[in-house]
Write a protein that binds this ligand. Structure first.
Ligand code: CU
Length: 326
C-alpha cells in the first residue's frame, strides 16, 4: 500500500517535466521550421520555373513546416525519457502505477493531430483547385481554368490575350511529339514554350498508357489512348526543362525523354512560324488535328475499339472501313 502511494508521481513533478519537454520542443520546432522554410524550401523540387512548380514547392514547404514539429515532438519526448527516466544502476523499483495527466496528453495528441490532418485536407483541396488543377491533368473538360483564359481559336494565337496557347502532347512508344494546332497543326519532337504565357496541354497517347512529366514545370499528366487530358501551367522563367515518361510503357520506357525550353515571346513566335513553314509538306500528310487519334498502325487495337462501338472520345478511325479486311 505504502509502496503504491509512493510510486505515484506527484502532479507538480509531472508538470515540471511537461513544461521542460514543451520548452525544448518549442525551441527546436521554431529553429527547424525556420531552416526548412528559408534554407531548404527554395531548393525543394520541382523548383519554381512555372506557376505549377512554384505552387508545388510552396505546398511542400507548408507540409514540411507542419510535419516537422510533430516529428520533433515525438523525438523530444523520446530523448527526454531516455535521459531523465532511464533505469539507473541499482534501481530495482517498479515504474509508477499511474501516470497523472495521461488523459490530458492523449486528448491533446488526438485533437492536435486531428486538426492538422483535417486542416491539411482542406489546404490540399484548395491548392489543387486554386492553381488551376496544379498541372496534373483534369480530363477532357477541365473544371478549373487559369484566371482570364479561354480558348476561342484553334487556328491562331496572340500572346497576352485570353486566347490560350494550346500544345498537344502525343505519347507513343517511345517518344513524345508535340502538335501546335494554332500553328497549322504542325507536329514536332521539340517542345518550345513562351515565357509568361499560360499553356493548355492536351495530353494523349497513340498506343499504351504513358505519362507526360515536364519535371521542372511541375506538370505530370496521364497520357492514355483515346483520352484528351488537359493540364495547365504558365512558365515563369526562360531556360531548359526535362520531359520524361512517368508510366512504365514497355521496353524503352526509360529512354522516353526529351528536353524542352521556355523562351521569350518573340523567340517562340519565330520558332513556331518557321517550324510551321518548314514542316508544311509533312503536316499535310498527317491526320487533321483532333483531340485523340486512332493510329491505323495498331489495327488490332483500332479494330477492338471499332467493333466495340467506342467512339474514342471524338477520335477518328483511320483503319480499313471493314475491320474484317486485313
Ligand atoms: Cu511512355
Amino acid at each position: 500500500m505504502a509502496a503504491a502511494a509512493e510510486a505515484a508521481v506527484p502532479a507538480s513533478r509531472a508538470e515540471r517535466h511537461g513544461t521542460r519537454i514543451l520548452a525544448i520542443w518549442l525551441v527546436l520546432s521554431v529553429a527547424v521550421d525556420l531552416v526548412i522554410w528559408f534554407v531548404w524550401g527554395p531548393h525543394l523540387p520541382p523548383g519554381d520555373m512555372s506557376s505549377s512548380s512554384a505552387g508545388q514547392q510552396f505546398d511542400y514547404r507548408v507540409l514540411a513546416v507542419v510535419a516537422a514539429p510533430v516529428m520533433l515532438g515525438v523525438f523530444t519526448y523520446f530523448g527526454y525519457a531516455l535521459a531523465v527516466w532511464r533505469k539507473r544502476p541499482g534501481d530495482e523499483e517498479d515504474g509508477p502505477a499511474e501516470l497523472p495527466g495521461a488523459v490530458r496528453a492523449q486528448a491533446a495528441w488526438i485533437s492536435v493531430t486531428a486538426v492538422i490532418v483535417l486542416g491539411m485536407a482542406g489546404f490540399g483541396t484548395y491548392e489543387l483547385i486554386a492553381p488551376a488543377g496544379a498541372g496534373a491533368g483534369e480530363g477532357p473538360q477541365p473544371i478549373w481554368k487559369p484566371a482570364g483564359t479561354a480558348t476561342s481559336s484553334l487556328t491562331s494565337w496572340t500572346p497576352g490575350t485570353s486566347n490560350i496557347l494550346q500544345v498537344q502532347v502525343i505519347a507513343q512508344q517511345w517518344l513524345f511529339t508535340y502538335r501546335y494546332p494554332q500553328f497549322g497543326g504542325v507536329e514536332t519532337t521539340q517542345l518550345e514554350l513562351p515565357v509568361g504565357q499560360p499553356v493548355e496541354f492536351h495530353v494523349t497517347s497513340l498506343d499504351v498508357i504513358h505519362s507526360f512529366w515536364a519535371i521542372e514545370l511541375g506538370v505530370k499528366a496521364d497520357a492514355n489512348p483515346f483520352v484528351d487530358n488537359v493540364a495547365y501551367t504558365t512558365p515563369e522563367r526562360t531556360g531548359g526543362f526535362t520531359v520524361r515518361c512517368a508510366e512504365l510503357c514497355g521496353l524503352w520506357h526509360g529512354a522516353m525523354y526529351n528536353d524542352g525550353s521556355v523562351v521569350s515571346d518573340a523567340a517562340f513566335q519565330s520558332w513556331a512560324t518557321a517550324t510551321e513553314a518548314k514542316m508544311a509538306p509533312l503536316t499535310k500528310t498527317l491526320p487533321p488535328y483532333a483531340t485523340v487519334y486512332t493510329p491505323n498502325e495498331i489495327n488490332g487495337l483500332a479494330k477492338f475499339y471499332y467493333q466495340a462501338g467506342l467512339p474514342g472520345a471524338g477520335g477518328q478511325y483511320y483503319g480499313p472501313q471493314d475491320p474484317e479486311e486485313p
